[in-house]
Design a protein around this ligand. Structure first.
Ligand SMILES: [Zn+2]
Length: 382
C-alpha cells in the first residue's frame, strides 16, 4: 500500500496546496541547504523526495519536475541512485523510493500473522532516531566527488530528532558546504532545530491545505485505492482528528485497512485449523459444530484447506504420499481405510464445484454444513 502511495505520488508528485511553493523555487539558483518545515502529514516528505529527484534528474530541463525517463530518474525510483543519501529513521525508510520487494513479502504474510507477538514487539523496537554513525559516514563520504558527476543530495528527516553530536557534525559541513551537494532538511517542528543550523539554510514553509482542498485531495487518493471503503463522514471526522493533515489521514486509513486484512487472515487460519481437526475425525466429525465454529472465516480459505486435506486423503487411499499434510500420514492412513472411494471422489467434485462460487467473502453456514455432512458420509457404511 505504501508503494501505492508512492506510485500515486510519482504521477502527481506535488500536492496541490504545495504547488505554489514549488513554483516559487528558482531551480537555477538552488541554495546548498534547504530547510523545509511545516506540520507533520501535509506532504512535505513527498515534496522533498520529488525535489531531490528533480535535482538529480539528468533529463532535459524544459519541464518543472523530474523527467521520469532518464537513467538517473530510474535509479532514483528504484532506491539505487548513488548520489542520493537519505537519512531517515527506520520508521520512515519505506517512504523513500526503494526497490519493489512486494512479491517477496507476500509468502511471508501468513508467517507474520502466526508470529504476531514477536512481529509487533520488533516493530516497536524500530529506531526512531538517526544515528550519529549514519550522519558521520554520509558526511565523511562527501569529500569524494559525486558518483555521476552531477548534484548530490543529502536528505534528512526529521531534523529536530538529531541528537546534539549528530547535529554538530551536520553543522560543520553546512559551514563548509562541499561542492554540488544540496542538503534537503525536513522538520515538523522548526522551533526545535538548532538556531545555528537554521541560520545556514534557506527556510521554506510548507502550508497546510484549506479543509475543502485537503478533503477533496484525500477523496481522490482513496478512490484510487481499490478495496478501501470509508464513508465521507468518517473521512471528515478522521481528517479533523488528525489536525487537517491529509497524508496522515491517508496513512492511518491504509494502516487501519491493513489491520482489518490481518484480522481476517488470523480468523481464517484459526478456522482452517479447526476445520482440519474436525475432518481428521472422519465419520465421527461433528459437522454442525465445525460449520458453526468456522463459517465466519473467508470461504475460499476454508475450501482451499478442505481441498488440500481431501487431495491428501485421495493420494493416501491410492497408496501414495500426502503432499500437504505429511505429518498427518498416520491419521490419513487410518481414514483412508474406512473411506468409500467413489464417495470420496464425489466429495472432491463437490469441493471443486463449490470453489467456482466462492466469491462470497464469508462462508455460508448452510453450504459448509452441506459439505461437511457429505464428508461424514464418505466414511459411513464401511
Ligand atoms: Zn530524469
Amino acid at each position: 500500500m505504501r508503494d501505492l502511495i508512492f506510485a500515486n505520488a510519482q504521477k502527481n508528485p506535488v500536492a496541490p496546496w504545495l504547488q505554489p511553493l514549488w513554483d516559487s523555487m528558482d531551480f537555477n539558483q538552488i541554495p546548498h541547504a534547504i530547510l523545509l518545515h511545516g506540520q507533520s502529514g501535509i506532504g512535505k516528505f513527498e515534496f522533498a523526495v520529488t525535489l531531490a529527484k528533480f535535482l538529480l534528474c539528468e533529463g532535459p530541463r524544459a519541464g518543472s519536475g523530474p523527467c521520469n525517463q532518464c537513467e538517473a530518474c530510474h535509479w532514483f525510483d528504484s532506491g539505487n541512485h548513488p548520489d542520493f543519501i537519505g537519512l531517515v529513521p527506520e520508521t520512515h525508510r519505506k517512504l523513500l523510493p526503494h526497490a519493489d520487494y512486494e512479491a517477496d513479502e507476500i509468502p511471508r504474510k501468513g508467517k507474520a500473522v502466526r508470529e504476531d507477538s514477536d512481529g509487533e514487539a520488533s516493530e516497536k523496537k524500530e529506531k526512531k532516531n538517526i544515528s550519529i554513525e549514519e550522519i558521520r559516514s554520509a558526511i565523511d563520504n562527501l569529500s569524494i566527488g559525486s558518483h555521476r558527476g552531477g548534484n548530490r543530495v543529502i536528505f534528512i528527516y526529521p531534523l529536530e530528532m538529531l541528537r546534539p553530536d549528530a547535529a554538530n557534525t551536520l553543522l560543520k559541513s553546512l559551514e563548509e558546504p562541499p561542492s554540488n551537494t544540496i542538503f534537503i532538511l525536513l522538520a515538523d517542528r522548526v522551533d526545535r532545530v538548532l538556531p545555528t543550523i537554521r541560520s545556514r539554510c534557506r527556510l521554506l514553509t510548507a502550508p497546510r491545505p484549506e479543509r475543502v482542498q485537503g478533503l477533496s485531495w484525500l477523496q481522490d487518493q482513496l478512490a484510487q485505492l481499490a478495496g478501501l471503503k470509508v464513508s465521507d463522514a468518517d473521512i471528515a471526522s478522521i481528517y479533523d482528528e488528525q489536525g487537517g493533515a491529509p497524508y496522515s489521514v491517508l496513512n492511518s486509513l491504509i494502516a487501519r485497512n491493513n489491520k482489518d486484512e490481518k484480522d481476517d487472515l488470523t480468523i481464517a487460519i484459526q478456522a482452517s485449523r479447526y476445520l482440519l481437526q474436525s475432518m481428521s475425525q472422519g465419520g465421527r466429525i461433528n459437522w454442525l459444530d465445525a460449520a458453526e465454529k468456522t463459517h465466519k472465516a473467508q470461504y475460499s480459505f476454508l475450501l482451499a484447506a478442505m481441498q488440500r486435506w481431501t487431495s491428501d486423503l485421495q493420494a493416501v487411499s491410492q497408496g501414495g504420499n500426502p503432499r500437504y499434510y505429511p505429518k498427518h500420514l498416520a491419521t490419513l492412513k487410518g481414514l483412508s481405510q474406512s473411506s468409500h472411494t467413489p464417495k470420496l471422489h464425489l466429495f472432491w467434485k463437490s469441493l471443486v464445484q463449490a470453489r467456482r462460487h466462492e466469491n462470497h467473502p464469508l462462508a455460508s453456514r448452510i453450504q459448509l454444513e452441506a459439505l461437511l455432512s457429505q464428508y461424514q458420509q464418505v466414511f459411513e457404511g464401511q
